[in-house]
Design a protein around this ligand. Structure first.
Ligand SMILES: C[S@@+](CC[C@H](N)C(=O)[O-])C[C@H]1O[C@@H](n2cnc3c(N)ncnc32)[C@H](O)[C@@H]1O
Length: 233
């Protein structure tokens, strides 16, 4: 419930009533529109593959960075993990709150208002963390990787994936074609895996892989790292 409470206080304020209701209505419609037009964010093969690759065990605490409406979060919650779902966008947090409630996973999912750069999560507390299609949104790479290394427990695993929608090999290449030709739609920057790997090493992580690869049959930027168990590594 808590996730749905934010907007529900505004309805008894006399002359402001209509205004607030309108805003609320707009927000709700936008949310529905979003959910309808983004089925791949509801459940995605890439998110399932990412969680399976990290193979978190029941009882482990994991973190979904830029969780959106929970494609990865729900997979891990169903495995019995405690999921910190870090997401900066309010309506995505609301959808995820409702979704986890409806599917009986609310207790396994903690919805956190944060970003990769500032998760607000306790240090050394995360056994495995992932980010799918969020790196291109990060405003500060060094701050992001520094924060992720901070919250990972010693031995904690990290998997960062951004699909390469610009590759003709990507099954959705044609679908995003129109966006690609419209300069103004390019509101995100490309992610260079080597730069991410270098930043992670500088932040103290061991990097197992940083390059272009394939996940769930899609070309992607893939970065895999671990926080060393001892500070001497
Ligand atoms: C394309 S969606 C991907 C959502 C989800 N990971 C998935 O695969 O379905 C990108 C997400 O990144 C979030 N985001 C934006 N800026 C962010 C930041 N600085 N750190 C973490 N996530 C961010 C957005 O709110 C959005 O939910």
């Amino acid at each position: 419930m808590e996730a749905m409470d934010h907007d529900s206080h505004h309805h008894d304020h006399g002359e402001d009533h209509a205004h607030h209701e309108h805003e609320h209505d707009q927000g709700f419609k936008a949310m529905l529109r979003y959910v309808r037009h983004a089925p791949e964010m509801w459940s995605s093969e890439v998110n399932t593959a990412v969680v399976e690759r990290l193979a978190p065990m029941a009882g482990e605490t994991v973190m979904d960075i830029g969780a959106g409406i929970g494609a990865g979060t729900m997979v891990a919650a169903k495995r019995g993990c405690k999921v910190m779902a870090v997401e900066p966008t309010p309506y995505m947090r609301r959808v995820l709150g409702l979704r986890s409630l409806v599917f009986g996973q609310r207790e396994n999912v903690e919805i956190v208002d944060g970003t990769a750069e500032a998760t607000t999560v306790r240090e050394n507390s995360i056994d495995a963390a992932w980010a799918v299609n969020t790196m291109h949104h990060w405003s500060n790479l060094e701050a992001g990787v520094g924060e992720l290394v901070r919250v990972l427990a010693p031995g904690g695993r990290l998997l960062l994936v951004d699909e390469d929608f610009d590759s003709p090999e990507h099954p959705d290449y044609e679908r995003f074609g129109a966006m690609r030709t419209d300069e103004h739609a390019h509101h995100f920057h490309d992610v260079d895996p080597e730069v991410v790997g270098t930043a992670l090493k500088a932040a103290g992580a061991s990097v197992e892989f940083a390059g272009m690869g394939e996940i769930a049959g899609r070309p992607a930027v893939i970065v895999e790292a671990t926080k060393p168990s001892s500070s001497s590594e």
